[in-house]
Design a protein around this ligand. Sequence first.
Ligand code: DX5
Ligand code: ZN
Length: 218
Amino acid sequence: MTEQRINPSILSADFVNLQAELERIATADLVHVDVMDNHFVPNLTMGPPVVERIQAVSPIPLDVHLMISDADRWAPGYAELGASSVTFHAEATEDPVALARRLREIGARAGIALKPGTEPEPYLELLPEFDQVLVMTVEPGFGGQSFMHDMMPKLRRFAEAKAADGLDVWLQVDGGISVDTIGIAAEAGADTFVAGSAVYGGVPEDRIAELRAAAARH
Ligand code: DX5
Ligand code: ZN
């Protein structure tokens, strides 16, 4: 079976107790860190100084999701501070391939994210340039929204391109992932699942185990 990853999003964590909140998800694969600039999305979270501290204390590697404009300028800094993966938005870069190469050069996994309205072309053909693709299953900006089932055809397109070329790129989904929706995304080809409210809405360790079990059933 394909290796599957559960990446809890700390957007749903208690921001005043981040270190304790990170410890609560130590059984997950990577911690998903949502960086928002109040420009690319209508919400504001954190920037490099806070992410650097998260990197210093987190028991698991960082999966940084940049919902910021001008990714070309800012993304390399997150790779430099040690994030395991850095995902920027296709809509926020002038040159996705050059940026992905730069991130890989620094030593991070390079990820590209697509908003719900963004078509998979031309990114399908650029898959070898990326270590992960993030198909957004909500409009980026906020946790707690409903899973967009109509993103599954897009996810399938990436899964088909990945299989056709025998690539080991991770296919990630983010937004509205719960025990009820994770199987649908897994069935469509996702292997990496971001979940914020579903994890922190209960006992994180239990929720992570439940999500793993639900994903593995498909
Ligand atoms: C939304 C963020 C997500 C968010 C997901 O823009 O990118 O990572 O935390 O939250 P849930 O799992 O609650 O939909
Ligand atoms: Zn995210």
